[in-house]
Design a protein around this ligand. Structure first.
Ligand code: PEP
Ligand code: MG
Length: 589
């Protein structure tokens, strides 16, 4: 990486492009969760000063938490905001504070190292108690401890969610919940040291149409807040201190892209039908309520994947049935007259939540995730199913289950849904009269038994993000092995083809809702394989529609059959690039 010292020469850092678009503005560096704790010895006469520093940091932390609590109370209600009372209690814990005082005095160590050590021990012992409530307090302790340490160290992470001005966010990593909490009217773009195309932060950035680049290695340690940068989400470049020539070049490129966007506006009201008459349904992927207006803005025919877990990630406690009903009604209204596919809670993997009782696992993507979690936490699952069905009263509702790997899982989920419906009937509550059940196909096991699964459901939706990860055994979050993450790997094409064949043989439709659907280069492949629906970040819909209108299904079917005989992902990709250049070159920029 180039030297990023204190000068104004232009510097280019290259990472992985995960969400297209170009923006420029000031950099806002979010402090890493891994704090650098100084291990300084102090002189005995400095002890009172250290204790005074701790008291000041505690007071500041208290003020911050009270402010956050008040803000949240306005945004999400008093009840959920009360979770921060537990954080305030930690600050008032006199045993802990006495212990800090004693250790500073006894060991002559600076307050940061003592405080950090004690908080870790305290949290650790809390994790081992039998009482589930007390065990959960361990997270509160660590959270508050981090805030206090940030204040001791003079870091700004405690107010990291409040951006003063529109900025490009740079962080070591951004969790999906960090992203959900940011004030997105002020986020121009995201840049992170680690991550990959299908990490959920990247997916959210794409859905929101916010340019993003990941995998910039140690940029968050090298670059400072306030630097002027250009973020190129097409090429995956971050340019620090851009010179006049760079600004001009980007200005021209943006102008060209804008012109294509304006032309694509003319396709509004038309459908994605190939030249020989095959219609592909184009729908939107949705995560957050703020984005629901994008469904119509980009001409989606409904929502093909509503990742309901983001509703859970956005708040510090479980949403109640009534709260869920209200949000689900909003998305149904925003998508009407087209239906919404509600994907039930897909938690685990990189989507961790303190209040869902998830435990750290060695292999979280292979562990207690998605349907495996909800089939055990039936209370949470039942509430969600009731909320979806109740919200859908008077309309058609589609529900699908994530990470299914066996027929039994679908049957158990179905039974629980039937129980929930029976309860609603018994209680005289209204619910959707027309409910379609589908399953995601995102494990190789599911893809290989699609003949059996097709008998249980009314549709399939292929989650290629996970399907690629599990088939190629390549961690979707790991930038180091991102080169292996190949959507055109012959195994992936074969599993998608197999799924389509089994779906159509059983008379059900099949969509793709993974990120492959929104990759313009891959659209001809998916159409040629016989996919019926493509669901993607709304911003990508107009280009996908324009491309489909220029393709011939019959021709593609023949080409796909030929590509399937090729040996490597690279060879297949080359063929796809050729098709794209011939059929829709100007959409590619
Ligand atoms: C997928 O795996 O392709 C998918 C759509 O689900 P998620 O990205 O939320 O895991
Ligand atoms: Mg998935």
């Amino acid at each position: 990486m180039a030297d990023t010292g204190n000068h104004t020469a232009e510097i280019r850092l290259t990472g992985i492009p995960v969400s297209p678009g170009v923006v420029h503005g000031p950099l806002m560096v979010l402090t890493s969760e891994e704090l650098l704790i100084p291990k300084n010895k102090i002189e005995p006469d400095a002890v009172p000063a250290e204790i005074a520093r701790l008291e000041a940091a505690l007071m500041k932390t208290r003020q911050e938490i009270v402010a956050i609590k008040e803000n949240l109370a306005v945004a999400i209600g008093e009840k959920d905001a009360a979770i921060f009372d537990a954080h305030l209690l930690v600050l008032d814990d006199s045993t802990l504070l006495d212990a800090v005082r004693k250790q500073i005095e006894g060991r002559n160590l600076c307050v940061e190292v003592v405080f950090h050590h004690l908080m870790q021990n305290y949290a650790q012992s809390m994790r081992q108690v039998d009482d589930a409530y007390l065990r959960e307090r361990a997270t509160d302790i660590l959270d508050v401890g981090r805030r206090v340490l940030n204040n001791l160290l003079g870091n700004s992470s405690s107010d990291k969610y409040n951006l003063e001005q529109p900025s490009i966010i740079l962080a070591h990593d951004l969790s999906p919940s960090d992203t959900a909490m940011l004030d997105r009217t002020k986020v121009l773009g995201f840049v992170t040291d680690i991550g990959s195309r299908t990490s959920h932060t990247a997916i959210m950035a794409r859905s929101l149409g916010i340019p993003a680049v990941v995998g910039l290695k140690d940029a968050s340690h090298k670059l400072g807040r306030g630097l002027h940068v250009v973020l190129d989400g097409h090429e995956g470049i971050l340019i620090v201190n851009p010179d006049a020539q760079t600004m001009l070049r980007y200005g021209r490129l943006e102008h060209k892209r804008h012109e294509v966007d304006v032309q694509l506006e003319q396709l509004r009201g038309t459908e994605a039908v190939t030249k020989d008459g095959r219609k592909i349904v184009l729908s939107a992927n949705m995560e957050l309520p703020e984005d629901f207006p994008l469904i119509k803005a980009h001409g989606a025919e409904g929502v093909g994947l509503y990742r309901t877990e983001f509703l859970f990630l956005q708040r510090p406690a479980l949403p109640t049935e009534q709260e869920q009903i209200e949000i689900y009604r909003k998305i149904i209204a925003a998508s009407a007259p087209h239906p919404v596919i509600f994907r039930t809670l897909d938690i685990g993997g990189d989507k961790m939540l303190d209040h869902l009782g998830l435990v750290e696992e060695v292999n979280p993507f292979l562990g207690w995730r998605a349907i495996r979690y909800t089939l055990e936490r039936r209370d949470i699952f039942r509430t969600q199913l009731r909320a979806i069905c109740r919200a859908g009263e008077g309309s058609k509702v589609r529900i699908m289950f994530p990470m299914v790997s066996a027929v039994e899982e679908l049957r158990q989920a179905r039974d629980l849904l039937d129980e929930a419906l029976a309860e609603l009937r018994r209680d005289g509550l209204g619910y959707a009269a027309d409910i379609e059940i589908g399953t995601m196909i995102e494990t190789p096991a599911a893809a290989l038994i699609t003949d059996r699964l097709a008998k249980e459901v009314q549709f399939f939706s292929i989650g290629t993000n996970d399907l690629i990860q599990y088939t190629i055994a390549v961690d979707r979050m790991n930038a180091k092995v991102a080169y292996l993450y190949q959507p055109t790997h012959p195994s992936i094409i074969s599993l998608i083809g197999h799924t389509v064949k089994n779906a159509h043989a059983a008379g059900i439709w099949v969509g793709v809702c993974g990120e492959m659907a929104g990759e313009l280069l891959l659209v001809p492949l998916l159409v040629g394989l016989g996919i019926d629906e493509l669901s993607m970040g709304p911003k990508f819909l107009p280009r996908a529609k324009a491309a489909i209108q220029r393709l011939s299904y019959a021709e593609l079917q023949q080409q796909v059959a030929e590509w399937q005989t090729l040996g490597t992902a690279g060879e297949i990709m080359d063929r796809l690039k050729q098709v794209a250049r011939e059929k829709f070159a100007e959409l590619l920029d």
